[in-house]
Design a protein around this ligand. Sequence first.
Ligand SMILES: Cc1ncc(COP(=O)(O)O)c(C=O)c1O
Length: 392
Amino acid sequence: MCAFQIRDTFIPYNLPDITDQEVEAVAETVRSKWLAKGPRTMQFEKEFAEYVGARYAVAMNSCSAALHVALLAQNLQPGDEVITTPMTFASTANTIVHAGATPVFADIDYTTGCIDPDEVAKKITPRTRGIVPVHYSGQVCDLDKLYALADQYGLFVSEDAAHALCSRYKGRLIGHKLHDTASYSFYATKNLTTGDGGMLVTDNEEIANRARVLSGQGMSQNAWNRYAKGGKWRYDICEFGFKYNMFDIQAALGLTQLHRLEDMQQARLRIAKLYQEEFAKIDACDPPVVPDYAEHCWHLYVLRIRPELLTIDRDRFIEELNARNVGTSVHFIPVHLMSIYRNTFGLKEGDFPKAEKHFERLISLPLYPSLSMEDAQYVVDAVRDIVTKYHR
Ligand SMILES: Cc1ncc(COP(=O)(O)O)c(C=O)c1O
């Protein structure tokens, strides 16, 4: 076997896939002078809803906004509890607080990193109103079990699909035949990006209408074209709404990315396949396991290491990758370990052992459409080199 050679250039952990098509679409929008929410945002909503197979899509300026609005549409009251996972970005839980409810955490299924329905069942009380499951990294929650719990106890399900555009549960895309709502992120690192942005999808007309009002400053009517000829200038504010809407420059990016999505996904799948095959051969690596019911969209490639076979821990492993010019990230530090959550809700280390174990072992490796197969192979070789050097 050849000795490992450290390359000269750094492989970033993530790069958005931007082509001349995106540049042209944005330039055309800017030239059109319709920069705010307008025809492109409407078109993006229409095509996105068709793509995932939901009746309505409401475009927003982030997934956090979509998650917040999805919860507001459920009319939560102080004292209401909403169950979510600690293995997520803070915004999932923050929006529960912003919507006036109390977040209650349930530990993960260690195989997928997603919330474990059996743990959810243990957390249901008379105050529970809903569940916010996160399709972590592009893995898919066990939706049949979660929906069955929701039906049994009369709960809503607001899916955090920030990572899950193109993931499938039992053959159907996330967002198709959903319980209540799903919210997607178009942040710069996501499988489809608008720079920042998000989308709420639902089959429920009432929720869709409420989401449009709440995300548009609470205006009673769809006021985006009130400056057009014949547009109605009179409006009412019927809710304490938010400035959460998407605008057309973002939507121009989003539409172009949506049209290129299948190609971008194929590139992700090729890299993920290589990683899955190669890391399975390295004993100190624990590659993701995709349940039979799911198709993973590989938003993130989350590799777990087995520190018990190594003389170094995960943090040092990341430093070693960095020294070999491989960029990484960590998704996520469990939310219950954040100071505001500890201090407000009395949470502490040890509360969610599976999420904590997962966190201590995980490394998110580079995975994006423009990552070449040679670079992906280099990432594998770098991991193997570190394991060989630090094996017990
Ligand atoms: C699981 C999860 N949920 C929600 C969000 C919030 O997304 P956004 O940045 O679009 O608000 C993120 C952000 O990356 C996330 O990872």
